[in-house]
Design a protein around this ligand. Structure first.
Ligand code: NDP
Length: 246
């Protein structure tokens, strides 16, 4: 197998469900060594057991991406356990949709902490290692809401995903010589993300997600970015259900 995925060490944050879990399975099936991280370790342990029973290599790490020290220690543990880190997928995310007028600053804080700061902490932990080894690949989960403002209700979520996209592009410009940076911008994807909307917009979100495509669609896009030759950087992938208008 020579797919430029085999034997790569890939750390995926938010791998206990949805896009992260499906991507871990997909990459492991292609020979990647996957480090899966999230808070719900029971889910991660089941995922690791499943990957190992199919002949893959995987290891679980308890991680809250809002804790900078935890992110650094997980990246450090992955390098110790697997010998290196080749790809960091900053995937952990939350999407509590709610009109601005309801002023729920706890939800705003949570989205900023997980979606923006969690991604930055991942970059902070992996970048010095990538610079030292003069190779590495950041794959950051933005959203179509990082291209178009998702209002009413998704204003702060959109703000965080615009930030992820801007940070990805700036990082690419700053460190791009041997380090690849990819921003993935999905539309509606079937996962648990819709469940983080618990307020007045809940039914609207559930209705919007009736058009969702399976998380495998994003996993394939991520694999496409990784499998390119090292001198080719897929900078952005926008991926929507065909029937999605937004
Ligand atoms: P899920 O809700 O299924 O998965 C989100 C993951 O993030 C979970 O594994 C959760 O794990 C993890 N997570 C949440 N908070 C933290 C935290 N503090 N520390 C560590 N992990 C955390 O959603 P998706 O798979 O859909 O979302 C993955 C990414 O894709 C997100 O960034 C999302 O914004 C983005 N995206 C998704 C779209 C969609 O329609 N589904 C569309 C566009 C972008 P745990 O709770 O165990 O910690």
């Amino acid at each position: 197998m020579s797919n430029n995925i085999e034997s790569k060490v890939v750390l995926i944050t938010g791998a206990s469900s949805g896009i992260g879990a499906v991507t871990a399975r997909h990459l492991a099936a292609q020979g990647a060594h996957v480090a899966v991280a999230a808070r719900r370790t029971d889910r991660l342990d089941a995922l690791v057991a499943e990957i190992e029973s199919s002949g893959g290599r995987a290891k679980a790490y308890a991680l809250d991406v809002t804790d900078k020290a935890q992110v650094e220690s997980v990246v450090s543990a992955v390098v110790a356990d697997f010998g290196r880190l080749d790809v960091l997928i900053n995937n952990a995310g939350l999407m509590p949709i709610r009109p601005m007028a309801e002023v729920n600053t706890d939800e705003w804080d949570a989205m900023i902490d997980v979606n923006i700061k969690g991604t930055l902490y991942g970059i902070a932990a992996a970048l010095p290692r990538f610079l030292k080894q003069q190779s590495g690949h950041f794959i950051n989960l933005s959203s179509v809401a990082g291209i178009k403002v998702f209002a009413p209700g998704g204003t702060v979520y959109s703000g965080t995903k615009f930030a992820v996209r801007a940070i990805s592009e700036g990082l690419r410009q700053e460190v791009g010589e041997n380090i690849r940076v990819t921003s993935i911008e999905p539309g509606a994807v079937d996962s648990e993300l819709k469940l983080s909307t618990t307020g007045t917009a809940q039914q609207t979100v559930l209705d919007f997600y009736k058009q969702a495509v399976p998380a495998e669609s994003v996993a394939r896009a991520i694999a496409f970015a990784i499998e390119q030759p090292g001198d080719v950087d897929i900078n952005e992938i926008v991926i929507r259900p065909t029937r999605q208008e937004f």
